[in-house]
Design a protein around this ligand. Structure first.
Ligand code: NA7
Length: 546
């Protein structure tokens, strides 16, 4: 790769300031340097890894196979790195990302414990000025917001929360030193991926675990297992091919395991045309996965409901107490509208004597007291309250920072009725600001490492283009942004993601007051990258350059 002579402005702290040292930020730093640009990464956490730094709760692991949830930019790295399990645990992914920081000598340009509180565009100089929690004031020409799609924790605030004398801990802010759980009376709120991963692990050590569930979830046995040397060697022998398949695939994955399972029904048969005997045979053969093999459940709500009934039947057969089983059966929203959850023995955990379920649909939380949680029908004494209550996804990490663009506009205000972006990368009125895995890009719908390589690679090439052409300002054309937004909405229409009954973090419904807008681009990674590459090939059409 060529490393051009870049005119570096001595008044700037860097050509590019990258906010966040997760996967996107680390990769951005590496490629920007290779392009001869001075980059500086500002990270809120005391360590690198982003999501994989913060989410260190018991049971935290990835829902995409390890050999695919990893970078492909360096064949030596992918050959040398050993993954120990099919789905990597948080400690292993955190080690991997630390290894990347060391291997490519990235740390010298990363400031840790340096959260950005404000970023302001200075129109007189076409630069961005940053304020940080540490009181630093820094300036750069360009900014890459590598702030992550699931990084702004959502913390509900029930009456009396501050009175609780025990420990309150969020799965998404789990302390490095750990939390004392052995023998304790523990309550956990939330049954999304985080809660469902944590519940079986916490149950093993808790005195008693009470699960507070608002919405019953769809979750499938992950069938995680150790990776043998032979299995790794087989994949590593054809790693280049696998990577090419990932880059060219809808969701950035080559296989059919992991959280992409719904993209691939395994059967041509329609559940609507099936007999009770065929459905029973499917249950016997596929268990919980019997609901997801049929070809008609992704577009036909009645077919979908028939498939959900198969899922409920598996819950009925797994959970011994009928009342608990009933409460754990998802109802009222279609299969495939939320991100599938993969678990390690979730439903069977409710057969333990030390685990009980509170169904918040019938028995809502009224308040938290000094000693526990009061619901409409009872009181649960607790030593520890775990909040697995999710994230202000895809936009929260951006809108929680005071990002001010042209004419003093504030991003949080501009996006009050929903984010507006061009390609998920730029947003009109905020020149020189580029977003990684942002709303309007595939984001959370495509496996991050390959997506990041493509998208962050594209952004860094754009920055290099601007610098080489002596252009100091790249804003988004409002019309191009409008058209992209319409396209993003149009592609999502008719899918389960946007079904009227679907309340998910994909569409903001999990956050009170957040506008209901479907956030990611559901057209698939290759279509998305074709569009980005076409934009670049036409002189970055849709951006206004000066
Ligand atoms: P999720 O999937 O958003 O799950 C959060 C859970 O917390 C979910 O069950 C919510 O219920 C529940 N929740 C949120 N607020 C409340 C309140 N106020 N009261 C009761 N229950 C509440 O987040 P995760 O961290 O589990 O997973 C996010 C992604 O990370 C995941 O999809 C993977 O991609 C990795 P609700 O369903 O909204 O009724």
């Amino acid at each position: 790769m060529s490393t051009p002579e870049v005119t570096q402005d001595a008044g700037l702290d860097a050509d590019v300031i990258v906010v966040g040292a997760g996967m996107s930020g680390l990769y951005a730093l590496k490629v920007l340097r290779e392009r001869g640009l001075r980059a500086l990464v500002l990270e809120k956490a005391p360590g690198v890894g982003g999501t994989w730094y913060w989410n260190r709760y018991p049971g935290a692991r990835c829902d995409i196979p390890s050999l695919e949830y990893s970078f492909g930019f360096d064949p030596e790295l992918e050959q040398e790195w050993e993954w120990s399990e099919h789905f990597a645990s948080q400690p292993e992914i955190e080690r991997y990302l630390n290894h990347i920081a060391d291997r490519y000598d990235l740390r010298r340009d990363i400031r840790l414990s340096c959260g950005v509180t404000a970023a302001t565009f200075d129109e007189a100089t076409d630069t961005w000025v940053f304020a940080t929690e540490t009181g630093d004031r820094l300036r750069s020409r360009f900014v890459i917001m590598a702030t992550g799609g699931l990084s702004a924790p959502h913390r509900p605030d029930w009456p009396g929360m501050d009175r609780f004398q025990g420990t309150v801990v969020q799965t998404s802010l789990w302390p490095e030193e750990g939390v004392e759980l052995e023998g304790k009376r523990i309550g956990i709120v939330g049954t999304g991926s985080s809660g469902i991963q944590a519940i079986p692990e916490i149950a093993k050590v808790a005195g008693h675990l009470t699960v507070f569930q608002r919405t019953a979830a769809f979750t499938w046995p992950s069938q995680n297992k150790e990776l043998t040397e032979a299995e790794q060697a087989e994949i590593k022998a054809k790693y280049r091919q696998l990577r090419e398949e990932q880059y060219a695939s809808f969701s950035g994955t080559a296989g059919t395991t992991g959280a992409v399972i719904f993209a691939f029904p395994t059967d041509d048969r329609k559940i609507r045309e099936s007999t009770p005997e065929e459905r029973e045979a499917a249950l016997a053969e596929h268990g919980f996965s019997a609901c997801r093999i049929w070809s008609d459940t992704a577009t036909d709500l009645d077919a979908n409901e028939m498939a959900v009934e198969l899922f409920r039947e598996m819950v009925r057969r797994t959970v011994q107490d009928p009342e608990t089983a009933e409460a754990l059966m998802p109802r009222g929203y279609p299969l495939g509208c939320k991100r599938p959850v993969l678990d390690g023995g979730y439903f069977a955990t409710f057969n333990r004597d030390n685990v009980s379920l509170v169904d918040l649909q019938n028995d809502p939380i009224l308040e938290v007291t000094e000693t526990g949680v009061r619901t409409a029908k009872g009181f649960v004494e607790l030593d520890v309250l775990v909040l697995a209550t999710g994230f202000d996804a895809m936009t929260g990490a951006l809108t929680r920072i005071d990002v001010r663009g042209r004419d003093g506009r504030l991003l949080r205000d501009d996006w009050a009725s929903g984010p507006r972006t061009y390609l998920g990368i730029g947003t009109a009125g905020y020149p020189n600001l580029f977003i990684c895995v942002g709303p309007g890009s595939p984001g959370v719908l495509a496996t991050y490492p390959p997506q990041i390589e493509l998208q962050v690679g594209w952004i860094s090439e754009f920055v290099q283009y601007l610098v080489e052409h002596g252009l100091t300002r790249a804003d988004v054309d409002a019309q191009a942004q409008e058209e992209w937004g319409e396209h993003v909405n149009q592609v999502a229409e008719g899918t389960m993601f946007t079904a009227a009954s679907c309340n998910s973090w994909y569409n903001g419904a999990n956050i009170e007051g957040k506008p209901r807008v479907f956030l990611p681009y559901v057209g698939g990674l290759p279509v998305y990258m074709d569009k980005c590459n076409d934009v670049a090939a036409h002189g970055y059409e849709g951006f206004v350059l000066s």
